[in-house]
Design a protein around this ligand. Structure first.
Ligand SMILES: [Zn+2]
Length: 442
C-alpha cells in the first residue's frame, strides 16, 4: 500500500510556476492537484492538499496537454526520423512496405508514442485506418494496423490518447461508394474512448493545389480545375455527397480531405441540408482554398477545420505557379478561420511535416503576420482546446479545470509571451492521465 492509499488528498501536486488553464476566462494559477488521473483542485485549494508526489515547476509554464488533431502516427513511427518536408533527399526516403509483421506494427506505434511524449503531445487523431488500405504500399493504414492499435490499447500500452477515423477507400486516393457503404455498416471495435475513440470516417474529396488536383471553381492557370476522388455508378459528385450523407446519418464524425473550394462547397451543402451533427463535429482537413463565406457557413453549421501551417509554408510557392499570385495570397486563410470563431485546429499531418507543434506554431504566426500575446494564446488554444472540441471530448480534456483529466505539457518558458520563437522553448515534462510519460534530461 502506498502513501496515497493511506490518506493523502492527492497523488500529484504541481506548483511553483505559471499554469495556464485555458478555462473560459483564461485563468492562470500557481498550483494544480491530481487524484486518480483527474484534476481535483487548482491554486490555493490545491496547495492545501497533502500530495504523495510534488513537482516544483521552478518558474516553468504548464499548459493543457498538446493535441495534434491530424497526425498519421503509425506511418510516422514506421518512417521516423524521415519526414517528407526535410533534408532527406528523395532517394534516401523510405519507400515501399514499411511494416511487415505484427512486431513491426507495434514498434511503429511505440516509436511514435515515445516521440510524441518527448514533444509534449498527449492526444492525437490518427486520420484514416481501415480496409481501404489493406493492399496499400506502406502497410501503415490497413486493418492489420487497426488490430495492432486495439491490441496495444487493450494492454494499456498507450502514452497518448488517440482519436481514430476509419477509412473505406485509399489514403490520398479513390473510394468506391458501394465499398464505402458496406464498410461504414461494419461494427466499430469496442474500446475505452478515453484512450482510443473511434469517432468517425475519413473521406478524400480531392488532391492538392500544387498538383492541380484540388477541385476548384475557378480554373488553374493551365485551364484545368481538378476533380473529385470518390467514384460510383452515379458519378463522382453523387458518390461524394452520398458518402458524406450516409456517414452523417449514422452519427459518424465526418472528416473530409478537401483543399479546393468546390470540394468544400459540396461538403458544406450536405452538412447544411443535414442540420444537426453527431457527438463530434464534422470538419474539413486542409481547406487551403476555403473562401471567407464558406468559413462563416462552416461555423454556422457547427463544423470546423484542421489546418497545417507547415504545409502552407512548404508548398506556397509551388501552389503559386498553378493558382497565380492573387489566389495564392488568399490561400490558407488561418486569420479568417480564427476570427470567424469556427472550430480550427492546427495540426502537423506528420510525417508530411514535423510533428513538432512548436515549429508549426511559428509557421502559424507567420501566416497571421503578427506576434502578440493574444495571437499566441489563440494559436495555443488551437493545439489544446479546439482539438478536444474536434474530438467531441471538451467536457473532459483540452483545458486544466477541476474534473478534467490531468494531461499536461510543461515548458521551460511561457509560450504566450511574444518575441521568442515557439521552436526555441524546451519541453520539460509531459503528463498523461496524471502520469509523467516524458521528463527532460531523464
Ligand atoms: Zn493527412
Amino acid at each position: 500500500m502506498n502513501d496515497a492509499q493511506l490518506g493523502d488528498d492527492a497523488d500529484l501536486l504541481l506548483h511553483g510556476g505559471r499554469i495556464r488553464t485555458f478555462d473560459p476566462t483564461g485563468s492562470v494559477v500557481d498550483a494544480l492537484a491530481v487524484r486518480a488521473g483527474r484534476i481535483v483542485a487548482l491554486g490555493a485549494d490545491a496547495l492545501r492538499l497533502r500530495a504523495a508526489e510534488t513537482i516544483d515547476l521552478d518558474g516553468r509554464t504548464a499548459l493543457p496537454g498538446v493535441n495534434d488533431a491530424h497526425l498519421h502516427a503509425a506511418w510516422l513511427g514506421a518512417r521516423w526520423p524521415h519526414l517528407f518536408f526535410s533534408d532527406t533527399p528523395p532517394h534516401e526516403q523510405p519507400s515501399g512496405r514499411l511494416v511487415h509483421s505484427a512486431e513491426d506494427r507495434r514498434n511503429a506505434l511505440r516509436s511514435a508514442w515515445r516521440l510524441l511524449a518527448e514533444l509534449g503531445i498527449t492526444s492525437y487523431t490518427e486520420p484514416g485506418i481501415g480496409p481501404g488500405e489493406d493492399e496499400g504500399e506502406t502497410g501503415c493504414f490497413g486493418t492489420a494496423m487497426m488490430d495492432t492499435y486495439l491490441e496495444l490499447h487493450r494492454s494499456g500500452a498507450q502514452t497518448s490518447r488517440v482519436t481514430l477515423l476509419r477509412l473505406f477507400g485509399e489514403l490520398d486516393g479513390t473510394a468506391d461508394l458501394a465499398t464505402f457503404e458496406r464498410g461504414i455498416r461494419l461494427p466499430k471495435p469496442e474500446t475505452d474512448p478515453r484512450w482510443l475513440a473511434v469517432t468517425g470516417v475519413k473521406i478524400f474529396a480531392d488532391g492538392i493545389p500544387p498538383m492541380t488536383t484540388a477541385w476548384v471553381s475557378e480554373p488553374y492557370l493551365d485551364g484545368s480545375s481538378g476533380e473529385l476522388l470518390p467514384q460510383g455508378a452515379e458519378g463522382a459528385l453523387a458518390s461524394y455527397r452520398r458518402m458524406i450523407a450516409l456517414a452523417v446519418e449514422r452519427g459518424e464524425q465526418v472528416a473530409v480531405h478537401a483543399t479546393g473550394d468546390r470540394s468544400i462547397e459540396e461538403f458544406l451543402r450536405v452538412l447544411e441540408a443535414a442540420g444537426s451533427s453527431g457527438s463530434a463535429p464534422h470538419y474539413v482537413v486542409h481547406a487551403d482554398l476555403a473562401s471567407p463565406a464558406q468559413i462563416a457557413r462552416m461555423r454556422a453549421v457547427g463544423a470546423g477545420f484542421a489546418v497545417q501551417p507547415l504545409i502552407a509554408e512548404h508548398t506556397r510557392a509551388w501552389a503559386g505557379a498553378q493558382l497565380g499570385a492573387e489566389r495564392t495570397a488568399a490561400a490558407w486563410p488561418l486569420d479568417e478561420m480564427i476570427a470567424s470563431g469556427a472550430l480550427t485546429t492546427l495540426t502537423s499531418d506528420a510525417p508530411i511535416a514535423t510533428p513538432d507543434w512548436r515549429i508549426s506554431l511559428d509557421a502559424a504566426l507567420a501566416l497571421l503576420g503578427r506576434d502578440d500575446a493574444e495571437a499566441r494564446t489563440a494559436l495555443l488554444r488551437r493545439v489544446t482546446l479546439d482539438p478536444a472540441r474536434q474530438d467531441g471530448a471538451a467536457q473532459w480534456k483540452g483545458s486544466l479545470e477541476v474534473g478534467k483529466v490531468a494531461d499536461i505539457t510543461v515548458l521551460d518558458e511561457d509560450p504566450a509571451e511574444p518575441g521568442r520563437a515557439f521552436g526555441g522553448i524546451g519541453i520539460a515534462r509531459t503528463v498523461v492521465d496524471g502520469r509523467t510519460v516524458f521528463e527532460s534530461g531523464r
